[in-house]
Ligand binder design. Structure first.
Ligand SMILES: [Mn+2]
Length: 463
């Protein structure tokens, strides 16, 4: 369980790595269209990590081993409109910080301190932090103090047992949501119904989602935001969704299954190849193993499948050397995960590539989000896929470049196939890969036995 002791320990570890005062900014509450209607609030992950405080417009000053929290004081009429009002002193006791002060005190407290700070997603807060600390702050661009950023990266990247426990809880609720969604799949239903059911089960468990749920029969559109099609015999549903706990920890899971309840011959062959690729890559998630090898292992298995299916004419070796497999697997095999679904990615490639090393150039690998030797305690996703993407297969430049290696006429017969992705979250341990999300079914027989066995969303959600 995460307790005030957990956050105090993290602050101590930060102080040991880094001398001097630190200002941590929380995100602000932003209006949706009127002052009274709000956008969903999500606290900054680093702020959550060191304080456990999920209140909007908070700031924390870490100085000499103390943690002072700054919060907007409750308005006089808060009790009338929002119910019970928690006093600043009560918040101090709950969070186990040394003091909670009204926001108005922040500026005077920081005067002359030269505190280190980091940018957050909320640019309004960056303007404040920039003024108080005298450094440029812009989300995704000007990250703030580099030594602080590196210390945060080092601490947050390696997950402790209490964090793994949180991720297992998120995995458990997401497992229930998957069972309902796969069980509720039947021709005549609708993508929107399945999406609603998935999100509803997560909310019943007290979770939200860590990112926009992808649920589509057009799985070849990698981050497809639509759920607008009726469920159709012969197509496959791709669901990429993960629950997030109030603590901020979440999971990222993908499964693909046939609407009809049976994979057809071609779907079965492609699914088996993606699953084989995923299992082979997961097996490599051990301490010291470079993540690039985890990616390459999936590429090898998929390249062999493409040669077997005569989509690629040359040898597996040649396909890999020229990255021809990336026409059908055009993304990286995964990323770090934790408090953020792409953990720490607000700091760019710094958490996931060696210093001075940029993303590799070739088509496909430029989307590889991580290329470091794995360390004990890290959690990474492993998510190979196979996609038939018209935008790629009809691209004149790619057709010319791969004219001798890829059978584009054969590929044309696959148009309409969609996409398959299988994704799990893997905890790297000395004892071997620990798959936090393995309960969610992914074997062909298991999936086929489950599809259509539950009430459809329309039956389940009707009142
Ligand atoms: Mn992912």
């Amino acid at each position: 369980m995460l307790t005030p002791t957990t956050h105090a320990r993290r602050r101590r570890l930060l102080a040991e790595r880094l001398p001097g005062p630190v200002l941590l900014l929380g995100n602000g509450q932003r209006a949706r269209n009127l002052p009274m209607t709000k956008l969903p609030f999500r606290q900054d992950s680093t702020f959550l990590y060191f304080t456990g405080c999920d209140l909007p417009d908070a700031a924390a000053l870490l100085i000499d081993g103390r943690c002072e929290l700054f919060l907007p004081a409750p308005a006089d009429d808060d009790a009338l409109w929002h119910g019970h009002v928690t006093t600043l002193d009560a918040i101090r006791d709950t969070l186990g910080v040394d003091a909670v002060l009204p926001t108005e005190r922040l500026e005077e407290r920081l005067t002359g301190l030269r505190a280190r700070t980091l940018a957050v997603a909320d640019e309004g807060r960056n303007v404040l932090g920039s003024r108080l600390c005298g450094v440029p702050l812009r989300f995704g661009r000007d990250h703030g103090d580099e030594a602080l950023m590196d210390a945060v990266i080092e601490l947050r990247r390696a997950k402790g047992p209490d964090e793994i426990e949180q991720m297992r809880l998120a995995a458990h609720a997401t497992h229930q949501a998957y069972l309902a969604t796969i069980g509720g799949t039947a021709p005549g239903g609708h993508e929107r119904g399945l999406w609603t059911l998935f999100e509803a089960v997560l909310r019943l468990h007290g979770l939200t989602t860590g990112y926009d749920t992808i649920l589509s029969q057009s799985g070849e559109i990698l981050h497809n935001p639509h759920h607008s099609d009726a469920l159709t015999e012969g197509r496959m549903v791709l669901l990429d969704g993960g629950g997030e706990l109030p603590s901020g920890y979440g999971v990222d899971i993908t499964r693909t299954w046939p609407v009809s309840g049976r994979f057809d011959t071609r779907q079965r062959a492609a699914y088996a190849a993606v699953l084989e690729a995923q299992l082979a890559s997961i097996a490599l998630c051990t301490p010291g193993r470079r993540y690039r090898e985890v990616h390459d292992r999936s590429c090898e298995v998929l390249a062999r499948f493409l040669v077997d299916e005569k989509l690629i004419r040359g040898s597996v070796q040649e396909a890999l050397e020229r990255h021809a497999h990336a026409l059908f697997f055009p993304h990286g095999v995964g990323h770090l995960i934790g408090l953020d679904v792409h953990d720490l990615e607000m700091f760019g490639d710094r958490p996931s590539y060696p210093p001075g090393v940029g993303r590799p150039e070739p088509f496909g690998t430029c989307y590889l989000r991580l290329d470091l030797p794995l360390q004990e305690g890290w959690v990474v996703t492993v998510e190979p896929g196979f996609y038939v993407v018209p935008a790629i297969l009809h691209d004149p430049a790619l057709r010319e470049r791969f004219a001798d290696l890829v059978d584009f006429e054969a590929a044309e017969r696959w148009i309409g196939f969609g996409g398959i992705r299988i994704e799990d979250d893997v905890h790297v341990t000395a004892a071997g890969p620990d798959v936090l999300t393995e309960a969610v079914p992914k074997g062909i027989d298991e999936l086929e036995a489950l599809i259509g066995t539950g009430p459809t969303p329309e039956q389940r959600l009707s009142v």
